[in-house]
Design a protein around this ligand. Structure first.
Ligand code: NAD
Ligand code: UD1
Length: 338
Protein backbone atom coordinates (compact mmCIF):
# COMPACT_ATOMS: atom_id res chain seq x y z
CA UNK A 1 0.00 0.00 0.00
CA UNK A 2 2.60 2.60 -1.08
CA UNK A 3 2.27 6.03 -2.69
CA UNK A 4 4.73 6.46 -5.56
CA UNK A 5 5.89 10.08 -5.68
CA UNK A 6 7.70 10.92 -8.92
CA UNK A 7 9.83 14.06 -8.64
CA UNK A 8 9.59 13.73 -4.86
CA UNK A 9 12.87 15.51 -4.16
CA UNK A 10 11.78 18.66 -6.03
CA UNK A 11 10.30 21.81 -4.52
CA UNK A 12 6.62 20.82 -4.33
CA UNK A 13 7.33 17.08 -4.14
CA UNK A 14 9.55 17.35 -1.04
CA UNK A 15 6.92 19.37 0.85
CA UNK A 16 4.26 16.85 -0.14
CA UNK A 17 6.43 13.91 0.95
CA UNK A 18 6.86 15.56 4.37
CA UNK A 19 3.09 15.89 4.75
CA UNK A 20 2.50 12.32 3.56
CA UNK A 21 5.07 10.92 6.03
CA UNK A 22 3.61 13.03 8.83
CA UNK A 23 0.26 11.40 8.04
CA UNK A 24 1.80 7.89 8.11
CA UNK A 25 1.56 7.19 4.40
CA UNK A 26 4.05 4.66 3.05
CA UNK A 27 6.06 6.69 0.52
CA UNK A 28 8.28 5.61 -2.36
CA UNK A 29 10.13 8.39 -4.21
CA UNK A 30 11.60 8.22 -7.69
CA UNK A 31 13.67 11.10 -9.02
CA UNK A 32 16.66 11.45 -11.35
CA UNK A 33 17.96 14.66 -9.69
CA UNK A 34 17.79 16.56 -12.97
CA UNK A 35 16.57 19.55 -10.94
CA UNK A 36 17.07 18.54 -7.30
CA UNK A 37 19.74 17.34 -4.89
CA UNK A 38 20.15 14.13 -2.84
CA UNK A 39 20.52 16.30 0.30
CA UNK A 40 16.73 16.83 0.16
CA UNK A 41 16.31 13.26 1.38
CA UNK A 42 18.34 13.96 4.55
CA UNK A 43 16.28 17.07 5.17
CA UNK A 44 13.02 15.14 4.81
CA UNK A 45 14.31 12.67 7.41
CA UNK A 46 15.35 15.48 9.75
CA UNK A 47 11.87 17.01 9.61
CA UNK A 48 9.80 13.84 9.85
CA UNK A 49 12.08 11.36 11.63
CA UNK A 50 11.26 8.95 8.78
CA UNK A 51 13.16 7.86 5.69
CA UNK A 52 11.10 7.26 2.55
CA UNK A 53 12.28 4.56 0.17
CA UNK A 54 14.11 6.21 -2.73
CA UNK A 55 15.05 5.08 -6.25
CA UNK A 56 17.26 7.19 -8.53
CA UNK A 57 15.36 6.50 -11.72
CA UNK A 58 14.41 8.52 -14.80
CA UNK A 59 10.64 8.10 -15.14
CA UNK A 60 11.12 7.92 -18.92
CA UNK A 61 13.20 4.74 -18.43
CA UNK A 62 10.39 2.21 -18.52
CA UNK A 63 12.50 -0.87 -17.76
CA UNK A 64 14.06 0.68 -14.66
CA UNK A 65 10.79 2.10 -13.45
CA UNK A 66 9.13 -1.27 -13.92
CA UNK A 67 11.62 -2.72 -11.41
CA UNK A 68 10.18 -0.29 -8.85
CA UNK A 69 6.62 -1.39 -9.69
CA UNK A 70 7.67 -5.04 -9.29
CA UNK A 71 9.31 -4.42 -5.92
CA UNK A 72 6.82 -2.07 -4.33
CA UNK A 73 3.11 -2.52 -3.73
CA UNK A 74 2.09 0.76 -5.36
CA UNK A 75 -1.56 1.77 -4.99
CA UNK A 76 -1.42 5.47 -5.84
CA UNK A 77 0.87 7.79 -7.80
CA UNK A 78 1.56 11.50 -7.44
CA UNK A 79 3.31 12.58 -10.63
CA UNK A 80 5.42 15.69 -10.02
CA UNK A 81 8.38 14.72 -12.21
CA UNK A 82 8.75 17.16 -15.05
CA UNK A 83 10.86 19.97 -16.40
CA UNK A 84 9.38 23.40 -15.69
CA UNK A 85 11.53 26.19 -17.12
CA UNK A 86 9.53 28.26 -19.58
CA UNK A 87 12.67 29.75 -21.18
CA UNK A 88 14.36 26.35 -21.56
CA UNK A 89 11.18 24.92 -23.10
CA UNK A 90 11.24 27.64 -25.76
CA UNK A 91 14.88 26.78 -26.58
CA UNK A 92 14.40 22.98 -26.37
CA UNK A 93 10.74 22.09 -26.98
CA UNK A 94 11.54 18.47 -27.89
CA UNK A 95 13.25 17.91 -24.54
CA UNK A 96 10.07 19.06 -22.80
CA UNK A 97 7.86 16.86 -24.99
CA UNK A 98 10.10 13.83 -24.43
CA UNK A 99 10.53 14.30 -20.69
CA UNK A 100 7.13 15.58 -19.59
CA UNK A 101 4.83 13.77 -22.00
CA UNK A 102 7.15 10.75 -22.32
CA UNK A 103 7.32 10.17 -18.54
CA UNK A 104 3.52 10.43 -18.27
CA UNK A 105 3.02 7.84 -21.02
CA UNK A 106 5.43 5.43 -19.28
CA UNK A 107 3.54 5.83 -16.01
CA UNK A 108 0.18 5.19 -17.63
CA UNK A 109 1.46 2.01 -19.29
CA UNK A 110 2.83 0.72 -15.98
CA UNK A 111 -0.39 1.69 -14.19
CA UNK A 112 -2.32 -0.53 -16.58
CA UNK A 113 0.17 -3.40 -16.29
CA UNK A 114 0.38 -3.32 -12.47
CA UNK A 115 -3.30 -2.46 -11.83
CA UNK A 116 -2.66 0.88 -10.20
CA UNK A 117 -5.87 2.90 -10.43
CA UNK A 118 -5.18 6.24 -8.76
CA UNK A 119 -2.98 9.09 -9.99
CA UNK A 120 -2.65 12.75 -9.05
CA UNK A 121 -1.07 14.93 -11.74
CA UNK A 122 0.74 18.28 -11.35
CA UNK A 123 -0.83 20.55 -13.91
CA UNK A 124 -0.61 24.32 -13.99
CA UNK A 125 -2.71 27.46 -14.33
CA UNK A 126 -0.64 27.99 -17.47
CA UNK A 127 -3.13 25.69 -19.29
CA UNK A 128 -5.65 28.59 -19.20
CA UNK A 129 -3.40 30.47 -21.65
CA UNK A 130 -4.29 34.18 -21.84
CA UNK A 131 -7.44 34.45 -19.68
CA UNK A 132 -10.26 36.72 -20.80
CA UNK A 133 -11.54 36.98 -17.22
CA UNK A 134 -10.60 36.19 -13.62
CA UNK A 135 -11.07 34.33 -11.34
CA UNK A 136 -10.48 31.21 -13.40
CA UNK A 137 -12.79 28.23 -13.03
CA UNK A 138 -11.89 24.65 -13.92
CA UNK A 139 -14.63 24.74 -16.58
CA UNK A 140 -13.10 27.80 -18.29
CA UNK A 141 -11.51 27.42 -21.69
CA UNK A 142 -7.99 26.02 -21.84
CA UNK A 143 -5.43 26.29 -24.62
CA UNK A 144 -3.52 29.05 -26.35
CA UNK A 145 -0.53 28.22 -24.14
CA UNK A 146 2.19 30.81 -24.53
CA UNK A 147 5.12 28.36 -24.38
CA UNK A 148 6.02 24.67 -25.01
CA UNK A 149 6.21 23.92 -21.26
CA UNK A 150 2.58 24.96 -20.82
CA UNK A 151 1.58 22.99 -23.91
CA UNK A 152 3.08 19.79 -22.41
CA UNK A 153 0.89 20.25 -19.32
CA UNK A 154 -2.22 20.62 -21.47
CA UNK A 155 -1.25 17.66 -23.67
CA UNK A 156 -0.81 15.48 -20.57
CA UNK A 157 -4.26 16.57 -19.35
CA UNK A 158 -5.67 15.27 -22.69
CA UNK A 159 -3.67 12.03 -22.36
CA UNK A 160 -5.18 11.50 -18.91
CA UNK A 161 -8.70 12.23 -20.18
CA UNK A 162 -8.27 9.64 -22.95
CA UNK A 163 -6.88 7.14 -20.44
CA UNK A 164 -9.89 7.67 -18.15
CA UNK A 165 -12.25 7.03 -21.09
CA UNK A 166 -10.58 3.67 -21.78
CA UNK A 167 -10.13 2.61 -18.14
CA UNK A 168 -13.35 2.69 -16.14
CA UNK A 169 -11.49 1.84 -12.95
CA UNK A 170 -9.03 4.78 -13.23
CA UNK A 171 -9.28 7.65 -10.75
CA UNK A 172 -7.36 10.73 -11.81
CA UNK A 173 -6.98 14.10 -10.09
CA UNK A 174 -5.59 16.85 -12.30
CA UNK A 175 -4.42 19.66 -10.01
CA UNK A 176 -3.86 23.04 -11.65
CA UNK A 177 -1.41 24.87 -9.43
CA UNK A 178 -1.29 28.63 -9.35
CA UNK A 179 1.99 30.18 -8.10
CA UNK A 180 3.63 28.24 -5.25
CA UNK A 181 5.89 30.23 -2.93
CA UNK A 182 7.10 29.83 0.67
CA UNK A 183 8.87 26.94 2.35
CA UNK A 184 8.50 24.52 5.24
CA UNK A 185 8.52 26.38 8.58
CA UNK A 186 11.62 24.41 9.68
CA UNK A 187 13.69 26.26 7.06
CA UNK A 188 15.15 22.87 6.06
CA UNK A 189 13.46 22.48 2.65
CA UNK A 190 12.51 25.11 0.10
CA UNK A 191 12.86 26.22 -3.50
CA UNK A 192 16.41 25.86 -4.84
CA UNK A 193 16.55 27.24 -8.38
CA UNK A 194 19.69 26.58 -10.39
CA UNK A 195 21.31 29.75 -11.79
CA UNK A 196 19.36 32.98 -12.12
CA UNK A 197 15.81 32.46 -10.83
CA UNK A 198 13.02 32.88 -13.38
CA UNK A 199 10.28 33.18 -10.82
CA UNK A 200 9.50 36.16 -8.64
CA UNK A 201 9.84 34.90 -5.04
CA UNK A 202 13.27 33.21 -5.39
CA UNK A 203 14.50 36.36 -7.12
CA UNK A 204 13.27 38.51 -4.22
CA UNK A 205 14.94 36.24 -1.63
CA UNK A 206 18.21 36.32 -3.57
CA UNK A 207 18.10 40.12 -3.56
CA UNK A 208 17.42 40.00 0.19
CA UNK A 209 20.39 37.68 0.82
CA UNK A 210 22.68 39.91 -1.27
CA UNK A 211 23.18 37.53 -4.21
CA UNK A 212 21.44 39.94 -6.63
CA UNK A 213 21.61 43.71 -6.56
CA UNK A 214 17.96 44.46 -7.32
CA UNK A 215 14.73 42.95 -8.60
CA UNK A 216 13.69 43.69 -12.17
CA UNK A 217 9.95 44.33 -12.15
CA UNK A 218 8.78 43.20 -15.58
CA UNK A 219 6.40 45.97 -16.63
CA UNK A 220 4.22 48.52 -14.85
CA UNK A 221 1.70 49.10 -17.62
CA UNK A 222 -0.43 45.99 -17.20
CA UNK A 223 -4.17 46.32 -16.88
CA UNK A 224 -4.03 45.84 -13.09
CA UNK A 225 -4.54 48.23 -10.13
CA UNK A 226 -0.84 49.18 -9.81
CA UNK A 227 0.21 48.24 -13.35
CA UNK A 228 2.35 45.24 -12.32
CA UNK A 229 1.39 41.62 -13.02
CA UNK A 230 -1.14 39.98 -10.70
CA UNK A 231 -0.89 36.30 -9.71
CA UNK A 232 -2.32 33.91 -7.13
CA UNK A 233 0.52 32.99 -4.75
CA UNK A 234 -0.18 29.83 -2.75
CA UNK A 235 2.01 28.73 0.17
CA UNK A 236 3.78 25.51 -0.84
CA UNK A 237 2.76 23.84 2.45
CA UNK A 238 -0.90 24.51 1.59
CA UNK A 239 -0.30 23.27 -1.95
CA UNK A 240 1.33 20.10 -0.60
CA UNK A 241 -1.64 19.52 1.72
CA UNK A 242 -3.91 19.75 -1.32
CA UNK A 243 -2.38 16.50 -2.58
CA UNK A 244 -3.49 14.61 0.53
CA UNK A 245 -7.02 15.94 -0.03
CA UNK A 246 -6.81 14.75 -3.65
CA UNK A 247 -5.66 11.26 -2.57
CA UNK A 248 -8.63 11.04 -0.20
CA UNK A 249 -10.95 12.23 -2.96
CA UNK A 250 -9.67 9.44 -5.23
CA UNK A 251 -10.66 6.88 -2.59
CA UNK A 252 -14.30 7.73 -3.43
CA UNK A 253 -13.61 6.52 -7.02
CA UNK A 254 -14.66 9.73 -8.78
CA UNK A 255 -13.15 8.94 -12.21
CA UNK A 256 -11.35 12.02 -13.55
CA UNK A 257 -11.56 15.25 -11.56
CA UNK A 258 -9.88 18.63 -12.05
CA UNK A 259 -9.16 21.17 -9.31
CA UNK A 260 -7.50 24.57 -9.16
CA UNK A 261 -5.13 24.88 -6.21
CA UNK A 262 -4.78 28.56 -5.39
CA UNK A 263 -5.93 31.06 -2.78
CA UNK A 264 -8.49 32.93 -4.86
CA UNK A 265 -6.65 36.22 -4.21
CA UNK A 266 -4.70 38.26 -6.72
CA UNK A 267 -1.41 39.84 -5.61
CA UNK A 268 0.66 42.22 -7.72
CA UNK A 269 4.45 42.16 -8.02
CA UNK A 270 4.69 45.30 -5.90
CA UNK A 271 2.21 43.89 -3.34
CA UNK A 272 4.49 40.87 -2.93
CA UNK A 273 7.60 43.04 -2.61
CA UNK A 274 5.88 45.11 0.11
CA UNK A 275 4.62 42.01 1.91
CA UNK A 276 8.17 40.61 1.92
CA UNK A 277 9.60 43.89 3.24
CA UNK A 278 6.99 44.03 5.99
CA UNK A 279 7.23 40.37 7.02
CA UNK A 280 11.02 40.40 7.26
CA UNK A 281 11.93 44.05 7.83
CA UNK A 282 14.24 44.02 4.80
CA UNK A 283 14.29 46.56 1.98
CA UNK A 284 14.08 45.09 -1.53
CA UNK A 285 15.58 47.33 -4.22
CA UNK A 286 13.78 47.12 -7.51
CA UNK A 287 13.86 48.67 -10.97
CA UNK A 288 10.86 48.83 -13.26
CA UNK A 289 11.81 47.48 -16.70
CA UNK A 290 10.20 46.13 -19.87
CA UNK A 291 7.55 43.44 -19.88
CA UNK A 292 8.74 39.83 -20.08
CA UNK A 293 7.53 38.25 -23.34
CA UNK A 294 4.64 35.84 -22.80
CA UNK A 295 3.52 37.36 -19.47
CA UNK A 296 -0.15 38.06 -18.88
CA UNK A 297 -1.87 40.84 -16.92
CA UNK A 298 -3.42 38.73 -14.23
CA UNK A 299 -4.59 35.32 -13.18
CA UNK A 300 -6.05 33.98 -10.01
CA UNK A 301 -8.12 30.97 -9.12
CA UNK A 302 -11.75 30.40 -8.37
CA UNK A 303 -11.23 27.91 -5.52
CA UNK A 304 -14.83 26.91 -4.83
CA UNK A 305 -14.65 23.52 -6.51
CA UNK A 306 -11.69 22.29 -4.40
CA UNK A 307 -13.54 23.45 -1.28
CA UNK A 308 -16.94 22.02 -2.20
CA UNK A 309 -15.73 18.65 -3.50
CA UNK A 310 -12.58 18.02 -1.42
CA UNK A 311 -13.03 20.33 1.57
CA UNK A 312 -9.69 21.95 0.71
CA UNK A 313 -8.84 25.57 1.38
CA UNK A 314 -5.61 27.36 2.12
CA UNK A 315 -4.51 28.27 5.66
CA UNK A 316 -1.52 30.54 5.00
CA UNK A 317 -1.30 33.98 3.41
CA UNK A 318 1.42 35.79 1.48
CA UNK A 319 2.94 37.25 4.66
CA UNK A 320 3.43 33.71 6.03
CA UNK A 321 4.92 32.68 2.70
CA UNK A 322 7.29 35.69 2.63
CA UNK A 323 8.45 34.89 6.17
CA UNK A 324 9.01 31.19 5.37
CA UNK A 325 10.73 31.84 2.02
CA UNK A 326 13.16 34.15 3.77
CA UNK A 327 13.75 31.72 6.65
CA UNK A 328 14.72 29.04 4.10
CA UNK A 329 16.94 31.37 2.03
CA UNK A 330 18.66 32.93 5.06
CA UNK A 331 19.51 29.49 6.50
CA UNK A 332 20.56 28.12 3.10
CA UNK A 333 22.07 31.01 1.10
CA UNK A 334 23.23 28.52 -1.55
CA UNK A 335 20.23 26.24 -1.33
CA UNK A 336 21.07 22.56 -0.84
CA UNK A 337 24.57 23.27 -2.15
CA UNK A 338 25.66 24.41 1.34
P1 NAD B 1 11.03 20.83 -9.39
O1 NAD B 1 11.87 20.96 -10.60
O2 NAD B 1 11.55 21.38 -8.11
O3 NAD B 1 10.65 19.30 -9.15
C1 NAD B 1 10.51 18.39 -10.21
C2 NAD B 1 11.31 17.15 -9.84
O4 NAD B 1 11.16 16.18 -10.88
C3 NAD B 1 12.80 17.41 -9.69
O5 NAD B 1 13.26 16.85 -8.48
C4 NAD B 1 13.44 16.73 -10.89
O6 NAD B 1 14.73 16.25 -10.61
C5 NAD B 1 12.44 15.61 -11.16
N1 NAD B 1 12.37 15.11 -12.54
C6 NAD B 1 12.16 15.82 -13.68
N2 NAD B 1 12.12 14.99 -14.74
C7 NAD B 1 12.29 13.73 -14.25
C8 NAD B 1 12.33 12.45 -14.85
N3 NAD B 1 12.20 12.27 -16.16
N4 NAD B 1 12.51 11.38 -14.05
C9 NAD B 1 12.65 11.51 -12.70
N5 NAD B 1 12.61 12.71 -12.09
C10 NAD B 1 12.44 13.81 -12.86
O7 NAD B 1 9.61 21.46 -9.74
P2 NAD B 1 8.39 21.78 -8.78
O8 NAD B 1 8.27 23.25 -8.69
O9 NAD B 1 8.46 20.98 -7.56
O10 NAD B 1 7.20 21.28 -9.71
C11 NAD B 1 6.66 19.97 -9.59
C12 NAD B 1 5.64 19.77 -10.70
O11 NAD B 1 4.64 20.78 -10.60
C13 NAD B 1 6.23 19.89 -12.10
O12 NAD B 1 5.60 18.94 -12.93
C14 NAD B 1 5.85 21.30 -12.52
O13 NAD B 1 5.74 21.42 -13.91
C15 NAD B 1 4.51 21.47 -11.83
N6 NAD B 1 4.17 22.87 -11.58
C16 NAD B 1 5.05 23.67 -10.90
C17 NAD B 1 4.73 25.00 -10.68
C18 NAD B 1 5.70 25.92 -9.95
O14 NAD B 1 5.53 27.12 -10.04
N7 NAD B 1 6.69 25.42 -9.23
C19 NAD B 1 3.52 25.51 -11.14
C20 NAD B 1 2.65 24.67 -11.80
C21 NAD B 1 2.98 23.34 -12.01
C1 UD1 C 1 5.73 31.52 -14.76
C2 UD1 C 1 5.58 30.86 -16.11
C3 UD1 C 1 4.47 29.82 -16.03
C4 UD1 C 1 4.79 28.80 -14.92
C5 UD1 C 1 4.98 29.56 -13.61
C6 UD1 C 1 5.36 28.67 -12.47
C7 UD1 C 1 6.29 32.52 -17.76
C8 UD1 C 1 5.86 33.40 -18.88
N1 UD1 C 1 5.31 31.87 -17.13
O1 UD1 C 1 4.50 32.09 -14.43
O2 UD1 C 1 4.34 29.13 -17.26
O3 UD1 C 1 3.73 27.87 -14.78
O4 UD1 C 1 6.02 30.55 -13.78
O5 UD1 C 1 6.63 28.11 -12.68
O6 UD1 C 1 7.46 32.42 -17.46
N2 UD1 C 1 8.30 38.98 -12.27
C9 UD1 C 1 9.07 40.11 -12.16
N3 UD1 C 1 10.41 39.97 -12.00
C10 UD1 C 1 11.03 38.74 -11.94
C11 UD1 C 1 10.22 37.57 -12.04
C12 UD1 C 1 8.86 37.73 -12.22
O7 UD1 C 1 8.56 41.22 -12.22
O8 UD1 C 1 12.25 38.68 -11.81
C13 UD1 C 1 6.83 39.14 -12.40
C14 UD1 C 1 6.25 38.52 -13.65
O9 UD1 C 1 6.23 39.46 -14.70
C15 UD1 C 1 4.83 38.14 -13.18
C16 UD1 C 1 5.03 37.80 -11.70
O10 UD1 C 1 6.26 38.44 -11.32
O11 UD1 C 1 3.97 39.24 -13.26
C17 UD1 C 1 5.15 36.31 -11.43
O12 UD1 C 1 6.16 35.76 -12.25
P1 UD1 C 1 6.63 34.23 -12.13
O13 UD1 C 1 7.00 33.96 -10.72
O14 UD1 C 1 7.68 34.00 -13.16
O15 UD1 C 1 5.32 33.39 -12.44
P2 UD1 C 1 4.33 33.45 -13.72
O16 UD1 C 1 4.71 34.52 -14.66
O17 UD1 C 1 2.96 33.48 -13.19
Amino acid sequence: MAILVTGGTGYIGSHTVVDLLNHDYDVVIVDNFVNSKPEVLNRITRITGKTPRFYEVDVCDEAKLEEVFKKENITDIIHFAGLKSVAESVAKPQLYIDNNIGSSKVLLRLMTKYHVHNIVFSSSATVYGVPDHVPLKESDKVGGCTNPYGQTKLDIEYLLKDYAKEHNDANIAILRYFNPIGAHSSGLIGEDPQGIPNNLMPYITQVAVGKRDHLNVYGSDYNTPDGTGVRDYIHVVDLARGHLFALRKLESKPGLVIYNLGTGKGTSVLDLVRAFEKANDIKINYVICDRRPGDIDENYADCHKAWEEMGFKTEFDIVDACRDSWHWQKNNPNGYGD
